[in-house]
Every structure is written in C-alpha cells, then in structure tokens.
Design a protein around this ligand. Structure first.
Ligand code: ADP
Ligand code: MG
Length: 245
C-alpha cells in the first residue's frame, strides 16, 4: 500500500501547528509511527482515518486523494479500522455485541450474519470463551484483542492502532503484539503508533519518526534503528532505550 502525505498542516484553536507541513510518502505493509509525546502522532492517525481534515495539504492512499466531504468521505472512513489506546469498547455491551454493533448499524448486516462474523473472529483469536463478557470482566489485554477483532471484522483495507499496548502490563502487551503480528502475517496493512521499539524494529517494515508535527526521519525499520541520522531521533532512541536490557 502506498501513502502520500504532502505539506499537511493542521492547527487547533491555540493557533500552533500540530502538523507542520508534514510530508511523507512510502510503500508499506506495516508502518510504525514513533516519536515524543505531543509530537502529533495521534492527530496524524486521525487525519489518515478521515476524522479530521487538515487545513492545508493533500493526502492520497494508493494514489487516490481522500474526499473530505459527503458520501465519498463516509465511504472512505468505512474502509479504515481504528483501535485506541484503551477504553475503546462500549462498556454496556458484551464482547460479541461490541463486534456486531458496527457490522449491523454501519455495514447493514443482519444480526444473524453479524453474530456469525463475530464468533468467527473470536474463535480465530482464541477469545471464544470471552464473547458473553462485558469489558469490565476482561483483562486489559483481552479488551484490546476484542477491540482489534472488532476493527478487523469489518475487513478494513487499512488498520490504524494508536498506542494499543501503552496501558497494559508487559505480558498482556505481548499477547496484543502477537495478535498484531499475526494479522500482519495474514497480509493486513496497518499503521501503528507505538513505544514498543522491539516490535517496531522486528515486525514493521517502515518507520516514521514524528516530532514537532514534522516527519523528522523515515525509512526501513532496520536502517532507522541501526543508523539514526538526525540528532532528534538519536536523542529520542537514547532516552527511550536507556533502561532497556
Ligand atoms: P501525540 O499523539 O504525538 O502525543 P497529539 O497528536 O495527541 O500528539 O497532540 C499533538 C499536539 O496537539 C499536542 O500539543 C496536543 O496538546 C494538541 N492537541 C491534540 N488534540 C487537540 C485538540 N483536539 N484541541 C487542541 N489541541 C490538541
Ligand atoms: Mg497520542
């Protein structure tokens, strides 16, 4: 899949550019977005999802520009899956209901069809026994795996994940990363904002380092981690890897 972002600018009411002439193009299957807090990573994902329109610049996916209004925008948004850091599930619905809700109300499936799809995905990710549970009855890792199952059950062309493991204990992080790696191996295209540098390095083909709303450094994962070029990325990696084993 090819992504092309050209001179994207976006400012909120404060007037400061959260995305500051961001340009980035790459062919990727799994793209990791890394960078310091407040650098614009979540905002960029929301632009890519078609949820916020930038004030300037253009954005293409596989050569097609995104339409920013009407049915074109709605149709585009339906092709993108989104997983948030945490608390993305509806608390008053069971795991199965969380998965069937968008299938029924957004994609027009019958309840029967949607439940069949939900169970198929739960089985596939060994979550069958959790289908009847409410989010509060599930571990953080199970909740995130249900949230990912919900996002992929609609068969998106691109899955966006915004720090999906940052609220989790290490062993729960591992089970969520395993699931993401499995989806990648199945050929799903994904963009992942993460602080898990090992996963970004080993399981993502491309990495984008975003800081101050700009694409500061980019490249294949191997190259970027082995030979960071900019002082910003070197400092960021030094800091984040300082206490790693
Ligand atoms: P990151 O995900 O890299 O931590 P964000 O994209 O969340 O960064 O935020 C980038 C900057 O934009 C931050 O300074 C944040 O305070 C600001 N920001 C994010 N969302 C909004 C919003 N809805 N209104 C105003 N400012 C925002
Ligand atoms: Mg963020």
């Amino acid at each position: 899949m090819r992504i092309e972002l050209s001179d994207i600018r976006l400012s909120f009411s404060s007037g400061i550019d959260v995305l500051d002439n961001l340009s980035y193009s790459a062919d990727f299957q799994a793209l990791a977005v890394i960078g310091p807090s407040g650098g614009g990573k979540s905002t960029l994902l929301r632009v890519i999802a078609g949820l916020i329109r930038p004030s300037a610049g253009s954005f293409r996916l596989d050569g097609t520009p995104v339409e920013w209004s009407g049915r074109g925008l709605q149709a585009y948004q339906r092709t993108i899956g989104f997983v948030f850091q945490s608390r993305g599930l509806f608390p008053h619905l069971t795991a199965v209901e969380n998965i069937t809700l968008p299938l029924i109300h957004v994609f027009g499936q019958s309840r029967e069809e949607a439940e069949e799809t939900a169970h198929q995905y739960l089985r596939r990710f060994s979550l069958e026994k959790d289908g009847h549970k409410y989010p509060v009855e599930l571990s953080g890792g199970q909740q995130q795996r249900i949230a990912i199952a919900r996002a992929v059950a609609v068969r998106p062309r691109l899955l966006l994940l915004d720090e999906p493991t940052s609220a989790l204990d290490p062993e729960l992080t591992a089970e969520v990363l395993d699931m993401i790696a499995e989806l990648k191996a199945d050929g799903l295209h994904l963009i992942l904002v993460t602080h898990e540098m090992g996963f970004a390095h080993r399981s993502c083909d491309k990495v984008l380092f975003l800081a101050g709303g700009r694409a500061v450094e980019q490249g294949p994962a191997d190259q970027l981690f082995a030979h960071p070029e900019t002082p910003e990325l070197k400092a960021f990696l030094d800091k984040i890897l300082e206490w790693s084993v």
